[in-house]
Design a protein around this ligand. Structure first.
Ligand code: ADP
Ligand code: ADP
Length: 226
């Protein structure tokens, strides 16, 4: 599903240059659930941004489903991102003035899906994450765990093959974190590929494999016992 070869990302130039990723080569199989760990500044977010086609590598190759992403133009990258990838962030990134239903519908509005279908799909996903009683609430008026479930519903609205999550439980207490991981386990069980950055070992333990980053390099890979 995902293969990177010699992936390198350098920010800045000359003396100020920072090598955020240094020659990373690895593969993530279709349907695999992978956690990414490592200290702050080790390159985790950069890795996820490149996998999500939000940033381009300085050097190296990235293959998504056999296609060489590094050769795509901006329009093709945007299409790949919208059709195949769902993002979940630590800070939820919801629009505070729109209700929950509209937040989930938003990607479908951009995609030109008719209103009735939008509403049905968004409502079904919100029901799935247990939020059918929150459709008309605005994000600031629901809990953090509920906001993250809205963000997951939104990430699923285009039925993506791959979910990329950057510290999805970073702002949640332990109980809510495990509730969110229960949702991730379901997404994994239905065959989606998940790559999740986390600082928390008990959250990483939900994955099948843990990649440990240090100074832009994968220094250790760990298989999680089921
Ligand atoms: P992590 O997610 O593990 O904390 P990052 O990928 O955010 O690590 O950062 C890796 C390194 O790259 C750090 O030294 C960070 O300061 C640097 N970095 C990340 N993004 C940028 C950027 N946009 N401009 C300059 N340096 C950056
Ligand atoms: P995280 O905990 O998610 O790794 P960071 O503080 O490392 O958060 O980075 C947050 C954002 O700021 C990232 O999108 C990264 O690209 C950007 N960033 C990180 N370090 C720098 C930097 N030195 N200069 C500019 N942007 C940076």
């Amino acid at each position: 599903m995902i293969r990177v070869e010699g992936l390198t990302k350098i920010y800045g130039h000359g003396e100020a240059a920072v090598k955020a990723l240094d020659n990373v080569t690895l593969e993530i199989k279709t349907g695999e659930f992978v956690a990414v760990m490592g200290p702050s500044g080790s390159g985790k977010s950069t890795f996820l941004s490149i996998l999500g086609c939000l940033e381009r590598p300085t050097a190296g190759k990235y293959y998504f489903d056999g296609r060489e992403v590094t050769s795509l133009d901006e329009e093709e990258l945007a299409a790949l991102r919208n059709e195949k990838i769902g993002f979940v962030f630590q800070t939820f990134n919801l629009l505070p003035r729109f209700d929950v239903l509209r937040n989930v519908e938003l990607p479908l509005i951009y995609a030109g899906v008719p209103q009735k279908e939008r509403r049905e799909r968004a409502t079904a996903l919100l029901r799935r994450v247990g939020l059918e009683h929150r459709l008309y609430y605005k994000p600031p008026n629901i809990s953090g765990g509920e906001q993250q479930r809205v963000a997951i519903a939104r990430a699923l609205v285009n039925d993506p093959a791959v979910i990329l999550a950057d510290e999805p439980t970073g702002n949640l207490d332990s109980r809510r974190s495990h509730e969110i991981m229960a949702v991730f386990q379901e997404l994994h069980a239905e065959g989606r590929t998940i790559v999740m950055v986390t600082h928390e070992p008990d959250i990483a333990a939900y994955a099948q494999r843990i990649l440990h980053f240090l100074d832009g390099v994968v220094v250790r890979e760990e298989a999680v016992r089921e």
